[in-house]
Design a protein around this ligand. Sequence first.
Ligand code: GRE
Ligand code: ZN
Length: 329
Amino acid sequence: MRDKIALEEHFATEDTVMDSAVFMPDDHWPELRSRILDIHDIRLRQMDEHGIGMMLLSLNAPAVQAIPDVSRAIDVARRANDFLAEQIGKRPDRFQGFAALPMQDPEAAALELERCKKDLGFCGALVNGFSNGSGEGAMRYYDQSEYWPFWEVAHELNMPFYLHPRNPLPEHAKIYEGHEWLLGPAWAFGHETAVHALRLMGSGLFDKYPRLNIVLGHLGEGLPYSMWRIDNCNAWVKAPAKHKAKHKIAHYFQNNFHITTSGNFRTQALINAMLEIGPDRIMFSTDWPFENVDHAVGWFDAAAISEADRRKIGRLNAEALFGLGGMLR
Ligand code: GRE
Ligand code: ZN
């Protein structure tokens, strides 16, 4: 398929690039480093070669979210966003952007989101999971009440929010002790992110802000496969739901969430997702530079789905969600 749009596609700045080093074997780090710091050379060639018309770019992980010093978090986010805007300005027909946000300070995050929409023309935000709080082991999840004014701004600005993975803090990762291979993209990323997404759904946030759009990568971080069980386990007991939200969790998943194919190139999983969230809420992505564009595209272009669904997932859904109509070739 030509002219695909891809939206979990990362870059790094000199401030954040080393955050990605731990995820790569030493002998692959020079290659990843050159891929992630590049915008207009290797990346654009990959896009041309594999039928990607546009990438929506986002900062690498965990970057801003893992900076405990709030003023530094604000500064790193601002600089990354300014750099990204400059790069987009050189090829607005091929690149658009997601804001990095200093979620450690909800008010500063809302202001940066507004700046990124109004001054820089970004089409959403991408945040790497919880933010480090002050003090050892402190984590801030965005269902917490101090974040609701931030969500009000995101809702008002109609800016989709991509909740991207990060690892749990070492002091909260005891379950993985001695099994470090489970950290990162193999398992811990998805688990961490799925729980965060469920916290948002169960908090009642989407009852208050019903037009909020949250995007998850990796075909929904396992949630499509588990959605029925989350709402229907032990149904014979007929107890009321224990969460604060008005509707079943699946209601929010199907009305406030979108998922992408980043890093999960498996037709069986895609079809499960199409049956649970529907083909209108799934969007193509690769997860460059952590995954290869040819692996994502080779799979997606040939996947056993209808051509109408391929057009929606490959391009049309992203065009509609991010209002990209006017910017595309
Ligand atoms: C990602 O951001 O998607 C990512 C990492 C590190 C390893 C793999 C991966 O940040 O997909
Ligand atoms: Zn990613």
